[in-house]
Design a protein. Structure first.
Length: 427
């Protein structure tokens, strides 16, 4: 799985470090962790824990701490040759000091933890899918209110897999006390950090547990999909952010330059995505020619041509004669009553299911290593929930409840886009 780090992107689950195969004869330190963020991160350089954890020797240190403890001498040896200092690991909440030793201070799941969670989550995730399917009539009633009938299967996926099980599921678990609130940082960032030891080799294709979003001032872009769909280079914001993020790897050992370049790219990519949102919002009222788009928008010429080219290449719009029209779901103010009714019904169903099953799940996973290291199960449940609803979303797709992003006929392999009026939902 791949990390999501270009920092205005909201990753609501399991954006992981990409892993490059190491030659057996390589003398370079080997990557042992995949790390992701649940929440929002705007920091860069040494203030971004994903950057700090991108160094393999730091990953090895953290995994050692997760399986026991580490000493100051071991920490100093691990950070040698990197821009990272021992205080960075403490300041970012990666390690905590306990007299003369240091323990891991955030959620790290070993291979054994992941396999245990996968097994338990499968049972509960499929059971939740069956519960949702029992209310097919009610859900279809919401989807039928969406004006573009050709997009209803995709919209159903976006609403159920993305907005309800992912976004609302996380919020609801926090409200119920099953998951702590994301940790608020001094700069306003709020997130959970989580790492997994590499090597579990669990089949995760079709488990739609990850979202990438650009929360625009007026129009937001999201993609919902599985880990195998990364990088989502026909999805927005991924199509713009991922290539830039990969290029920033050249600045890995220059944290100040990496941070400055990241901030600059974000500023200009945000303008580009705002332009794209303006075009999508205009086309939500119906197909239009370039001349009409140019008349209604605040920009034209090369800037508008570039935006249209991006949306065409990404498959978000298509040309029909002189007109351009939408090819992906978009939610606008006219859809507010449907979205609100859907969320009210879905939250009630989800609340009932969670209160009935949380203690059962907790008992079955009481032996996870984070709890042995003194961390609360509520912290682990942030990831457990992702595994559960990953199985739920997979089951619903395979049962035909909504579009199957892994169907050979579907344009976006493993993910579904959504464009939406930012006022409709508070990320």
């Amino acid at each position: 799985m791949k990390r999501i780090a270009l920092l205005l992107v909201l990753s609501l689950l399991l954006g992981m470090d990409s892993v490059l195969a190491q030659s057996p004869s390589s003398t370079k330190p080997k990557r042992v962790l995949a790390t992701g963020i649940t929440g929002q991160v705007k920091s860069s350089g040494l203030n971004n824990p994903q950057y700090v954890l991108s160094f393999p020797q730091i990953q090895q240190l953290i995994l050692q701490a997760a399986k026991g403890s580490v000493t100051q001498a071991e920490i100093d040896a691990a950070v040698a040759g990197t821009p990272v200092k021992r205080n960075d690991l403490l300041r970012l909440g990666l390690l905590r000091q306990d007299q003369n030793v240091y323990h891991v201070a955030y959620l790290v799941l070993t291979v054994e933890d992941q396999r245990a969670i996968y097994r338990v989550a499968k049972e509960f995730g499929i059971e939740l899918a069956r519960e949702i399917e029992q209310h097919r009539k009610e859900f279809d009633g919401f989807f039928s209110r969406y004006g573009d009938a050709a997009r209803r299967g995709e919209l159903a996926f976006d609403l159920v897999a993305g907005m309800l099980l992912n976004w609302e599921g996380l919020k609801l678990n926090t409200e119920l006390g099953y998951r702590p609130a994301p940790v608020r940082q001094p700069n306003g960032d709020a997130y959970f950090l989580h790492s997994e030891e590499l090597g579990a080799d669990l089949p995760e294709e079709g488990m739609y547990w990850g979202s990438h979003s650009f929360p625009g001032q007026h129009i937001s872009f999201s993609t919902f999909g599985d880990g195998a769909s990364l990088p989502r280079l026909r999805g927005i914001p991924d199509a713009l952010f991922d290539p830039v993020e990969d290029g920033l790897g050249n600045l890995k050992n220059m944290p100040e330059m990496e941070a400055a370049a990241t901030d600059e790219f974000i500023a200009y990519l945000s303008i580009a995505l705002t332009d794209a949102g303006d075009v999508m919002a205009a086309l939500a009222d119906g197909p239009q020619p370039m001349s009409e788009l140019s008349r209604h928008l605040n920009y034209s010429g090369d800037r508008l041509n570039a935006t249209i080219s991006l949306l065409l290449a990404a498959g978000y719009i298509e040309r029909d004669g002189l007109n351009y029209r939408l090819r992906v779901p978009i939610l606008t103010e006219r859809d507010r009553p449907m979205v609100n009714d859907f969320l009210t019904f879905g939250r009630a169903l989800l609340r009932t299911w969670l209160t009935r099953n949380y203690e059962l799940i907790k008992r079955e996973l009481a032996a996870l290593s984070p709890m042995r290291n003194g961390l609360p199960f509520t912290l682990a449940f942030n990831e457990v929930w992702h595994y559960i609803f990953g199985w739920t979303t997979k089951t619903l797709a395979e049962d035909g409840f909504y579009v199957n992003p892994r169907s050979p006929q579907y344009f976006y392999r493993g993910y579904v886009p959504l464009v939406w009026d930012s006022s409709l939902y508070n990320l």
